[in-house]
Design a protein around this ligand. Structure first.
Ligand SMILES: *Cc1c(COP(=O)(O)O)cnc(C)c1O
Length: 453
């Protein structure tokens, strides 16, 4: 047997003996291959057998400029020689200060204050706690609840899970979770024929407005994923919803938390999705692409007014004491600074417009497919909705796991495409060539045929 076959099998056996993987029914690996990666370069991942895979989903939406990016790599290496980590209470360092300055200058004007954490869920916890705590510090201690959108996803820790709404991840843990108020999603997919996405968003907003009118006395904040509900199946909606939401939150004295953990850093075509609605949230949560996909880091940006409500004599016990050991990690901040420098020096938002058009064109032939209900796109996120019956849009029963057939087929053909249920999507790193986009489209097309057979 060739050495590389032995190498691959060896790593898989050793992994399956001791490792427990995220978002996985481990029994699946009795038949679904586990891929032991050896290296990555650009949009490609390579396993120990030397087989290469196009990373069609940016390794769970984190990677921006490809794997083993020399500029981000050397920034981290340089920082590694200077300061790997230090306590971030009472101490600071150049990478964190620079990053805070850069983020404030990029974000919607007025978000002047950065609170760091180390993953997306933790950023959500920070925003939720901070909003509740703000109202308490300002004498509105009845404001303890949150309004969330149906089909939203905000992470897996208990607070983040509570304000999310994807049943697959949430329902089992319900007894552990705080109670939230759920408004209908503005998701444009189920709109009636002849209704524009904007009109649908306005109609869906009526229920949110009614909930705010009824509950504003006890509600601290509304939380939403701007423009794309990613984990909820890459469901997309019109920016007018965010404008109406911003205006209503102001009118009712309720905060707005924008979770741009997945959609931030250019994924939807603008640096932040909120820009397309021209709004400024009270809390902007960022992670994933923040470090270019290099290291775990997250941040919550907020306003001077909110910051001021915590700024007081120590003995009043008004301070925001939330902390994580690795808050503001210098290596992660260095990766983030290099990522933002790439955005400054190279016109990626512009380049992505051409890539996005090309991606859409390469799957256009699927529009007529009898099991494709919709193809939708926002910038560098493209989704193909597969259904059992195109006329009624009846979905495939989840037990049939048709998306898994696509995943497996793609691996065989050298691509990482990991459908959400039967929603196939591409969210590739930005540096990919058109040729690789076409390969993804070709493999997805074969996958559609296999899955719908
Ligand atoms: C991934 C994600 C999170 C959670 O981030 P983690 O780093 O995985 O904890 C929160 N919100 C959205 C919109 C996400 O896509």
């Amino acid at each position: 047997m060739p050495q590389w076959v032995v190498d691959n099998a060896n790593w898989v056996a050793r992994d399956l003996a001791h490792v427990w993987h995220p978002c996985t029914q481990m029994k699946d690996h009795e038949s679904v291959p586990m891929i032991p990666l050896r290296s990555g370069k650009g949009v490609w991942l390579e396993d120990h057998a030397g087989k290469r895979y196009i990373d069609g989903i940016s390794s769970w939406w984190v990677n921006l400029f490809g794997h083993a990016n020399p500029r981000i790599g050397s920034a981290v290496t340089e920082q590694l020689g200077r300061l790997e980590h230090a306590i971030f209470a009472g101490f600071t360092h150049e990478p964190a200060v620079t990053l805070a300055e850069q983020l404030v200058s990029l974000a919607p004007p007025g978000l002047n204050r950065c609170f760091f954490a180390d993953n997306g869920s933790a950023a959500i916890e920070v925003a939720v706690k901070m909003s509740f705590h703000f109202w308490r510090n300002t004498g509105k201690s009845r404001k303890t609840r949150f309004i969330t959108l149906a089909n939203s996803y905000h992470g897996e820790t208990l607070g983040a899970l509570a304000v999310g709404n994807v049943d697959l991840y949430k329902s089992i843990y319900k007894p552990l979770l705080m109670d939230v108020i759920t408004a209908p999603s503005p998701d444009a997919y189920p709109r009636e024929p002849g209704v524009s996405e904007a009109e649908h968003a306005r109609r869906q907003f009526a229920a949110m407005d009614a909930l705010l009118a009824e509950h504003h006395d006890t509600v601290a904040a509304v939380i939403a994923e701007p423009l794309v509900q990613c984990a909820g199946g890459m469901r997309m909606y019109d920016p007018v919803y965010l404008q109406l939401l911003r205006e209503a939150c102001d009118r009712h004295g309720v905060h707005l938390i924008a979770d741009e953990i997945a959609v931030g850093f250019g994924r939807t075509g603008t640096m932040f999705a909120c820009e397309q609605a021209g709004i400024r949230p009270d809390y902007l949560c960022l992670s994933k692409g923040l470090t270019g996909g290099y290291l775990p880091l997250s941040v919550v940006l907020t306003t001077d007014d909110i910051y001021a409500a915590f700024y007081d004599e120590y003995v009043k016990l008004n301070a925001f004491l939330h902390s994580h050991s690795y808050t503001g990690n210098p290596l992660a901040c260095a990766a983030a600074n290099a990522t933002l420098a790439i955005f400054r020096d190279e016109p990626w938002l512009e380049r992505n417009r051409a890539t996005a058009r090309h991606l859409l064109a390469s799957v256009d032939h699927l529009r007529a497919h009898p099991h494709v209900a919709e193809i939708r796109q926002r910038g560098m996120i493209l989704a193909i909705e597969l259904v059992k019956d195109r006329a009624t849009r009846a979905p495939w029963p989840f037990e049939e796991r048709r998306g898994l057939r696509i995943y497996r087929h793609a691996l065989e053909r050298g691509a990482l495409i990991r459908p959400l249920g039967t929603t196939i999507y591409f969210m590739p790193p930005y540096g990919g060539a058109f040729a690789e986009g076409e390969t993804l489209a070709r493999i997805a097309t074969e996958g559609v045929e296999l899955a719908c057979a």
